[in-house]
Design a protein around this ligand. Structure first.
Ligand code: ARG
Length: 601
């Protein structure tokens, strides 16, 4: 009777929190209880659960070895890690998730999941929606600082990478119910505005004439004003005065500045619109008024020192200090970033601030974050909030192996690059006769989804830190690990369901899903990994983890589809549901990568 009571209370504890759809989390809950029952005196033992890589099971608990080294010599009854593993297994509360367990090697507890439980969970997701499989994070509000080009300077492929990676991370956070402030930290402040404004006054004495078309491409305008600045000392003098007058808020100067920013903004927006990326601009200028107060606060804490006329913060382990006030008294990139970080933490109450830039800025961010830790703004320990993370990425190379620069270096060129991806996929669709089958609108939309999707996926599928070589041919290949292949795979699944003639919404409610065939079970297990994969991608801020998962999903599906007849089979209902679950998870992956799915091909 006692045992029964105990069991009941344990299971009711295990059921206390509702099922999260995250298998790893669910197993953590049951193993947590087993661990507590195994070593009562060790209080800070956290369950280590991982998907199995070998064939012994679906998941494994890896605690035994670590536990053994903790308790041995402390008069424990156990004789080694293996018996610890055995005890953990024996102490597992009954759980409908688990079909069977075994202990291997030095105490690894392997778990075979119950296929009924697996099937029930997948069907539940189909009924309640994929949102029920969203990771549960401890953070409520985050800032993703991404894209962030500089006014009147080039928006280069690096900014495109930042836009694509940042958007994907923001989407994953949003999916996980985190409130995300999508921040475009544009470089809209600095000494270059002096010469830009002076040049504007010179070219357009009547400010009304200074419109977008008259000014033309801003980068060209920038180059010409820079030439003027370098060659004419009187102009240079006026330009330097203009900075001062702009900073002191003189209306005429402020208006000219705003005008230049507006033109840049329109050019950037062309890229964002094509990519369907949402961003809210809060440029460097926004944080300007906060800088003096922030430097004051840091000074009061004794963090700021004088060095060669500048005011700096020394960072442990770094030779050069972080300059926060230049020797001429002016502020710089770091002063702005400190003020922005302060604002995001204190005014916007964000707990996780994520910065997406090329790896070249790693040191800058490391130093800013270290300063913020010293000031007590950020948690000293990166496993707790508030925290800041730098998401660095590598270069995009041309076919010549050199940095892809000149050809696509300009804003307009970035738009051209996206247009080319779209036009190429449109040509392929026409070649396949889709122009006769579809409306013009369908053709356009599909070409866009495939073309832009291909460009995004080609960027996201690599570990962001590695450089990659840009190639239209590779990204638009319909075989291999490309968005084209995956979008087609998704469209094919949709067509299987359509052609069955069954009402899938009805089947979700009335039908039942089973995973009897080995390939059905393997596909089902991969589907169930979804939540923990997204959580992993977010923990390490690596969108390529999602790409890899998505590609493997299509492989598991292919295996299932070639070995299990769907339409017309005795298992038709169940298998259609498995098709629908696969399509649903694929679509969510596309969504998280910023790719628009395609339903027919
Ligand atoms: N404007 C910078 C650049 O083009 C990127 C800004 C990144 N964000 C930041 N808070 N510093 O390199």
């Amino acid at each position: 009777a006692l045992a029964a009571t105990k069991t009941r209370s344990i299971t009711s504890m295990a059921n206390e929190e509702e099922n999260t759809g995250n298998v790893k989390r669910e197993l953590e809950k049951v193993f947590d209880l087993a661990l507590k029952a195994t070593v009562r005196n060790e209080t800070d033992v956290r369950p280590l659960i991982a998907a199995c890589t070998a064939k012994f099971g679906d998941y494994q608990c890896n605690n035994a070895m670590g536990l053994w080294s903790k308790i041995k010599g402390k008069g424990t009854e156990f004789k080694g890690p293996q018996p610890v593993g055995q005890a953990i297994m024996k102490n597992l509360p009954p759980s409908e998730m688990i079909e069977s367990c075994s202990v291997a090697g030095p105490g690894f507890v392997n778990v075979v999941l119950s296929k009924n439980w697996m099937a029930k969970n997948i069907q539940k997701m189909l009924v309640d929606g994929i949102e029920t499989w969203a990771p549960k994070l401890r953070v409520k509000k985050a800032v993703v600082d991404f894209s962030s080009p500089n006014i009147a300077k080039e928006m280069h492929v690096g900014h495109l990478r930042s836009t694509i990676i940042g958007d994907s991370l923001a989407r994953m956070l949003e999916f996980s119910n985190v409130e995300v402030l999508r921040r475009n930290h544009v470089g809209d402040w600095g000494t270059q505005f002096g010469m830009l404004i002076e040049y504007l006054f010179e070219k357009f004495p009547n400010s009304e004439d200074a419109n977008e078309t008259a000014i033309g491409e801003l980068q060209e305008f920038y180059r010409r004003s820079k030439n003027r600045f370098d060659s004419d000392p009187a102009f240079k003098e006026r330009a330097q005065q203009a900075v001062v007058r702009l900073q002191s808020g003189e209306p005429k100067y402020h208006e000219a500045w705003a005008q230049i920013c507006e033109i840049s903004r329109k050019e950037f927006d062309k890229v964002y619109k094509r990519l369907r990326v949402d961003l809210e601009e809060k440029g460097e200028s926004f944080y300007n008024p906060y800088i003096p107060g922030v430097i004051d606060e840091l000074s009061k804490q004794g963090l700021v020192e004088e060095s060669q006329g500048a005011r700096v913060i020394f960072i442990e382990g770094v030779n050069i200090p972080l300059i926060i006030v230049k020797s001429d008294g002016g502020f710089n990139y770091a002063s702005t970033d400190l003020a922005a970080l302060w604002y995001r933490l204190n005014e916007e109450k964000a707990e996780w601030i994520i910065y997406v830039t090329d790896v070249g800025q790693q040191l800058h961010f490391d130093m800013v974050f270290s300063a913020a830790k010293r000031a007590g703004w950020l948690s000293a320990d990166d496993s707790t909030y508030p925290k800041a993370s730098h998401v660095g990425f590598g270069l995009v190379l041309g076919e010549d192996g050199k940095r892809l620069r000149t050809r696509f270096s300009e804003v307009v060129r970035l738009v051209d690059l996206l247009d080319e991806a779209k036009n190429r996929s449109k040509a392929v669709l026409i070649e396949r006769g889709k122009d006769k089958e579809w409306t013009e609108e369908e053709l356009e939309q599909t070409a866009e989804a495939v073309g832009y999707g291909a460009a995004k996926y080609f960027d996201l599928k690599n570990n962001r830190l590695t450089n990659y070589t840009f190639s239209f041919d590779q990204m638009l290949n319909d075989k291999g690990n490309t968005a084209v292949y995956l979008l087609y795979a998704h469209a094919r699944i949709c067509s299987i369901i359509r052609k069955s003639g069954k009402d899938i919404e009805e089947l979700k409610k009335t039908g039942s899903l089973v995973l009897d065939h080995a390939d059905e079970r393997a596909l089902g297990l991969h589907l169930l990994h979804f939540s923990e994969v997204i959580e992993e991608a977010l923990t390490n801020l690596l969108p390529n983890v999602v790409c890899e998962y998505l590609y493997n999903l299509s492989e598991y599906f292919t295996r299932f589809y070639s070995n299990c007849q769907v339409v017309g089979s005795a298992e038709e209902t169940s298998r259609l549901l498995l098709c629908e679950a696969t399509a649903t998870v694929m679509r969510k992956c596309f969504h998280l990568l910023g790719i628009v799915p395609v339903y027919k091909i």
